[in-house]
Write a protein that binds this ligand. Structure first.
Ligand code: MRU
Length: 351
């Protein structure tokens, strides 16, 4: 019986089915994960990507981890679950939603294990928690969408980077959630989409989503953003985030920093749309955020076509950090946060 089915993922009760984001937009294929190892592999290989989607997928992976344990002793189960968590946690280091979701699942597991409930009951309870994480994510994104859409004029020209849409979340999206909510409110939104080299999430995924939503969409390569800001009307930059430090520094897809610098030069506001599960108050500033480095092949090749000469040195950081001074507002499900971020972000958790 299907218990959750969205564009990015489906939970069947005994497996997690993911749309294979590596093949979009031309091929719509799905990958079925029947174990936590398969989920970890799907996260690592970017079958599923985007901070909130990674978090939710990992939560379902954790549930599948329980099923794989064949024994009866509680201590063995505890050790096994700690390995399951470890395997899922060592997939992608930057998106904090991954650790947020796994910690939430582990906390519940420890309580259940203390209460000495059966393996079947543990599975059921963890499954409910993972579904809660998933359904909460959808509501959270809709709320982000409503707060963010209020910031846009009746006719709005925006630039977005990477993919922070339904595919990057359980559904609806964060940055794309703002754009689609503005449209639902009757606003006329035009989106410029950075292609997002090297992995091309913008060109492949964001354009696919926006066209399906009937949003006026223009694809540009990343190095055109400055010229677009200089010569065309742009009302806002809207991006997602993988981790936001306590001082408001934002880690997001590589290229976000350059875009924010350009936007500041042109007096265009930079909005970061992200759930509070992306806020990491334990990380004081962006300097402490671990930045994932990915395969050189992503840079030497354009998709499958080799474009660089053999033997060239390559640097491929998957994310960058935009200092909080360059961020005009952080749009969360609890409201729009403006500077000073350290105080105002902390207040979100106290409310
Ligand atoms: O490497 P990716 O594709 O997982 O990176 C995704 C991003 O940088 C997104 O902007 C971010 O995770 C927010 S998704 C709502």
């Amino acid at each position: 019986m299907t218990k959750l089915k969205t564009i990015s993922m489906e939970w069947t009760g005994h497996s997690l089915i993911l749309i294979d984001q590596r093949k979009l937009p031309h091929i719509e294929e799905h990958v079925e994960c029947k174990s936590h190892t398969e989920v970890a592999d799907a996260i690592k290989k970017m079958v599923v990507r985007g901070a909130p989607a990674i978090g939710a997928a990992a939560a379902f992976g954790y549930v599948l981890g329980v099923e794989k344990f064949c024994g009866n002793d509680k201590r063995g189960l505890k050790e096994h679950m700690s390995q399951v968590k470890q395997e899922l946690a060592t997939t992608r280091p930057t998106a904090v939603n991954l650790f947020w979701a796994l910690n939430r699942m582990e906390k519940l597991f420890e309580r259940l294990a203390e209460d000495a409930v059966s393996k079947g009951e543990i599975f059921e309870n963890l499954e409910s928690e993972a579904l809660k994480i998933a359904y909460e994510d959808i509501e959270t994104n809709k709320s982000i969408g409503r707060y963010g859409a209020e910031l846009l004029p009746e006719e709005a020209f925006v630039i977005t980077h990477c993919n922070a849409g339904a595919l990057a979340t359980v559904d609806y999206g964060t940055a794309i959630g703002v754009i689609r909510c503005a449209k639902e409110m009757g606003k006329r939104v035009h989106a410029y989409v950075d292609e997002t080299r090297p992995y091309l999430q913008g060109a492949r995924l964001t354009t696919w989503e926006l066209l399906k939503l009937g949003i006026d969409t223009t694809l540009i390569s990343d190095n055109m953003a400055g010229w677009v800001l200089k010569t065309r009307r742009v009302d806002a930059i809207i991006v997602g985030a993988d981790r936001i430090a306590a001082n408001g520094d934002v880690a997001n897809k590589i290229g976000t920093y350059s875009l924010a610098v350009l936007a500041n030069r042109h007096g265009v506001p930079v909005y970061v749309a992200a759930p509070t599960s992306t806020l990491d108050l334990n990380t004081p500033t962006g300097k402490e955020i671990p930045i994932e480095e990915r395969s050189h092949r992503e840079v030497t090749h354009c998709h499958t076509v080799k474009i660089a000469p053999e033997g060239v040195k390559v640097f491929n950081p998957a994310f960058d950090v935009t200092e909080h001074e360059l961020v005009s507002a952080i749009i969360t499900e609890k409201g729009v946060v403006r500077p000073p971020y350290r105080e105002n972000l902390r207040r979100l958790f106290e409310e």
